[in-house]
Design a binder for this molecule. Sequence first.
Ligand code: GRG
Length: 305
Amino acid sequence: MLVKDNLPSIQAFDLAVYLQERKALVDAALDRALPVSYPEKIYEAMRYSLLASGKRLRPIFCLASCELTGGTLEMAMPTACALEMIHTMSLIHDDLPAMDNDDFRRGKPTNHKVYGENIAILAGDGLMIYAFEYIARATEEVPADRVLAVITKIATASGAAGLVGGQVVDLEYEGKSDVPLSTLNYIHTHKTGALLESTVVSGAMLAGCPASDLERLSQYAKNIGLAFQIIDDILDITSTQEELGKTAGKDQQAQKVTFPSIWGIDESKNQAHSLVQEAKAQLEPFGERAIPLMAITDFITTRSN
Ligand code: GRG
């Protein structure tokens, strides 16, 4: 499938097709994972944001890493869906008036604009809690100790030691112009990086990956998490609302300190590129099996939304 004539196999790998196929699989699995029940209003609000057109990078990372380390798509799909539920809840809460106060997300009005603030808060809560229920209930063909380790890993990445902590420090520095680079790094390694790292590590955990390879994959994911955020900051400056599916120029408008505001756009691109190269070096020992993850890694810096 991957090797064609005498071309290096990475060149024969069609990332666009791979991402499209994986996104379709994940979209269908998400739709099945969360059927509407009573009280319909909350399920509809949860599904409104969950099934909106996200890139599905977190589930795709989880599935790819499970396959890379010898597992199957089936073993990882419930966890992949749960990661997208957690990511979506963080977007719903991030958009609330008490946080970023945004009107537009994934090409549509934000959850609270459609359902009201009270239901949007509850839709986020419902998605967060259901994510863990879903891993525990729907994961098959994986020993229970691995499932428990995955739940612990993702819970740690989502709570005060991860996503929540990163958001708190972000709020603390809102409107301040003297944000040290170390603080900016803390914000993004926690707010964006921790969940991304858990996507790659949890996929490999489900496959029963040995600790030394888990450490390598964790290092890989930490690098791409930061690169992802640097590119996110650049896109906020260089892209339109239509391209992003969310409000553009928010950081400059809020006079927020970002990587490009410290380094400028060119140096930010260089930094993201170096992180991507370091990340890819971690994948080299996996050989051809790492081709999908290698290609997704390059996509982090070339994406337009
Ligand atoms: C997790 C309990 C709990 C609370 C959440 C609000 C909050 C606390 C944290 C904010 C986290 C946040 C919104 C981080 C930004 C991450 C980021 C870069 C989002 C954009 O991700 P993409 O580009 O978006 O993958 P799509 O829509 O494609 O999925």
